[in-house]
Design a protein around this ligand. Structure first.
Ligand code: NAD
Length: 703
């Protein structure tokens, strides 16, 4: 029966698996049977011919994949957007398809060079012609979608593919007559699944499982109520039947060796003209600049990887490679996202990496008012440790009180932008939202700074990273040197110790550091003080005699005894004044006048009178004591170290000592050159550190 439908096919006379450009081709090079392929192709051709007109294009030598005509382009009405193949292996097909389309009266649109788009493989019309579903992620670029919308006058809905086996949209998605859809949800990211669910009602979505998906059940040709397909499970056939469709199966396994089946072998030429004036796409793009040691620091790689992982795509508009060892590189990048929301998220991440929006695209930061006390507007900009600026009224203002995981409040009257926490937000305050008009200033991790005379006194080895055990001695040397220098210059060193310091015999060394003026404030929990005091009063730490290394009879109650004694005295300082506490870290703090803050936690015994159980006050006190710090020594307390890390802006040297590499990595991986991790026993570390500092002092006295 004659039908208005028309398809384009290409006989498989020259078909074979000649190269590998998708996971299906792996292991199949020259393994397909030409004879069998011809037989299978004829089977499909006959089925289609009974229901539609089938045109043919002649196969060309050296282009074995030309048989997959779905990738020739996408044709809507008399207009056709020609493919721009991603892989060189298929690019030769373009001119043959272009010639064919022109000869057959199509108006042909060609995308800019280097903007991949693989035709109807990645562009599927809703069967009512209302919109075009367009795939990206493996072959076609997201940036091709706005062209499709414009040239075809249609609404384009972008879907991101995430499973390399389903590299083209038509391998996992098939719109059917009457608004039905067969698809494999696992092939898409969460955003795309949401979009599909918004646009296709639940009762019309036929989600299939992996077993059918890998048999290319979605790679189907829908003509009326017929669905021509390689193979489907009985269950899927039933589901299709209850939706009023009949599956016509025809074996195409020779073509699956190349990653294609029924739909890939055909191109529909009779897609209806969409209703005019509906051109639309949610794809958004913005430009940004990145500068620094982009290649050797891995910054560019990280930026591009983040973009793709977050569902965006990129185009490097210009790249200026620094030619000398010292010189930096510059990249101008165009970032695209399938929606404003996703693009904003990506831009936020780029700004964290230090990306700058070029001058011509600069706009003011978007401010939204706080409507409920303590609650920020939905799309607030979350701060990092890096110095940040916001653009207000055409001027860049430096954000005060920089810290991580805060929000930025702008006071236009006072001309002030500052970092704050949710809990301090008051109704009516203006909060920076989105990522426009915000920039962070990242110090270039440059070799020139590391190599210069001025930098001789810096931790020259301090790339953000974790030391191996072998490097510990060298690291301690450098840390000791820096602490020595800070003390000479009357700088500020903060120590954040955990109770392990005491258990590992480090208390006497930390007490020495306090006594000798190497500590300007101490931040910890109840436990460090309890165990230090237990040791000072009773000679044990958690009931273990540290000198003998053995448990003392009834010693498990020693820490409670210690707490009780201090409570009896009214606190640590009174216990020192009363001559009850005469040694240890906290004795030295009280004697020398080093401020300390003990922040409470759920597992605290006692607690000691000084332990601040109101955590908001404790956080405020921590942050007050941290102001102006030059170096923070974090000694085996994950809880307090991470808390301190979040409050500390970049530029402060951060040394994290822990036996667990994961804790050290978490703390030193702030992407900042000032942080270093030392994976070692904290008792050994402190012992070594004090030895080195003593050596410096002896040497100084000898001069
Ligand atoms: P934490 O889990 O936050 O940190 C302990 C860290 O020490 C871990 O990261 C671990 O890897 C590391 N560590 C273990 N052995 C080490 C070694 N030999 N050398 C170097 N690092 C080593 O626990 P925390 O800071 O001990 O305690 C969390 C909270 O619980 C604190 O607020 C603390 O005051 C409280 N606490 C209270 C009591 C008490 O009141 N009796 C007792 C214990 C803990």
């Amino acid at each position: 029966m004659a039908s208005p439908e028309r398809f384009l096919m290409c006989p498989p006379d020259l078909y074979e698996v000649d190269y590998v450009i998708n996971p299906w081709m792996e292991g199949n090079i020259h393994k397909s049977s030409r004879e069998m392929a011809i037989q299978q192709w004829r089977g499909l051709h006959q089925i289609l011919q009974k229901r539609a007109e089938v045109e043919q294009i002649a196969p060309q030598p050296g282009l074995p994949d030309m048989v997959f005509t779905a990738n020739a382009g996408v044709a809507v009405g008399r207009r056709c957007v020609l493919s721009r193949f991603l892989y060189r292996e298929r690019q030769g097909e373009e001119e043959h398809f272009k010639h064919w389309f022109k000869k057959h009266g199509f108006e042909v649109f060609e995308l800019p060079a280097d903007l991949p788009f693989e035709g109807a493989g990645d562009a599927l019309l809703d069967r009512a012609g209302a919109c075009l579903w367009a795939g990206y992620g493996f072959r076609s670029e997201l940036d091709s979608h706005p062209y499709l919308a414009r040239w075809l006058d249609i609404e384009v809905l972008s879907l991101r593919l995430i499973d390399p086996r389903f590299y083209h949209l038509d391998t996992c998605f098939c719109p059917l007559e009457g608004g039905w859809l067969i698809y494999y949800p696992q092939a898409f990211d969460a955003y795309s699944n949401r979009l599909i669910e918004q646009r296709v009602p639940a009762n019309k979505r036929i989600a299939i499982g992996e077993a059918d998906a890998v048999r290319f059940a979605c790679n189907a040709v829908n003509i009326g109520r017929n669905i021509v397909v390689n193979e489907t499970s009985a269950e899927l056939q039933e589901r299709l039947a209850s939706a009023g469709f009949q599956a016509i199966q025809t074996p195409l396994n020779e073509f699956i060796k190349s990653g294609g089946a029924a739909k890939c072998l055909t191109l529909r030429l009779t897609e209806p003209e969409p209703p005019r004036t509906k051109s639309a796409t949610t794809v958004q793009s913005r430009e940004l600049n990145l500068e620094g040691h982009l290649l050797d620091s891995g910054l560019l790689d990280r930026a591009l990887e983040l973009t793709v992982q977050s569902g965006g795509s990129f185009q490097i508009l210009h790249f200026n490679l620094g030619k000398q060892r010292q010189s930096t590189s510059k990249a101008e990048i165009k970032i695209s996202g399938p929606s404003e929301e996703i693009l904003d998220k990506i831009m936020g991440q780029m700004i964290e990496l230090g990306a700058v929006v070029p001058g011509r695209e600069e706009v003011d930061a978007e401010l939204k008012p706080v409507t409920r006390m303590g609650v920020a507007p939905d799309d607030f900009f979350a701060t990092t440790i890096y110095p940040t600026e916001v653009r207000v009224g055409g001027h860049w203002w430096r954000v005060q009180d920089q810290r991580m995981d805060g929000v930025i409040v702008v006071d236009e009257k006072q001309k002030l932008a500052r970092c704050t926490l949710f809990r301090y937000l008051r109704a009516g305050e203006q909060v920076v939202t989105g990522s426009r008009g915000v920039r962070t200033i990242r110090k270039t991790e440059s070799r020139d700074v590391r190599g210069s005379a001025q930098a001789e006194h810096e931790f020259s080895f301090m790339g953000a990273g974790v030391s191996s055990e072998r490097r510990v001695e060298l690291l301690v040397d450098q840390i000791a040197w820096e602490m020595h220098r800070i003390r000479e210059q009357r700088g500020k060193i903060i120590v954040v110790p955990g109770p392990v310091v005491v258990h590992t015999g480090g208390a006497e060394h930390l007490a020495w550091l306090v006594r000798e003026g190497y500590v300007q404030a101490l931040l910890g929990g109840n436990a460090i003080a309890v165990h230090d005091i237990e040791q000072a009063l009773l000679g044990t730490s958690l009931g273990v005699d540290l000198k003998l290394g053995t448990s003392v009879e009834g010693g498990h109650r020693h820490h409670l005894k210690a707490i009780n004694i201090i409570r009896g005295c009214g606190g640590i300082a009174p216990a020192v004044e009363q001559g009850v506490l005469t040694s240890g870290i906290f004795f030295e703090c009280a004697r020398v006048g080093v401020p300390f803050l003990l922040a409470g936690s759920i597992r605290d015994d006692g607690p000691l009178p000084e332990t601040q159980m109101d955590l908001i006050t404790a956080q405020e006190e921590y942050s007050r004591l941290l102001k102006g710090a030059d170096l923070i020594l974090m000694l085996s307390s994950m809880l307090h170290s991470i808390g301190v890390g979040n409050m500390t802006p970049s530029g402060v040297r951060l040394v994290c000592v822990d036996i667990n590499p994961a804790v050290v990595t978490k703390l030193s991986d702030r992407g900042s050159i000032e942080s270093v991790g030392v994976v070692t026993d904290v008792g050994l570390f402190l012992n070594l550190l004090v030895q080195r500092l003593r050596k410096f002092e002896t040497e100084r006295q000898a001069v």
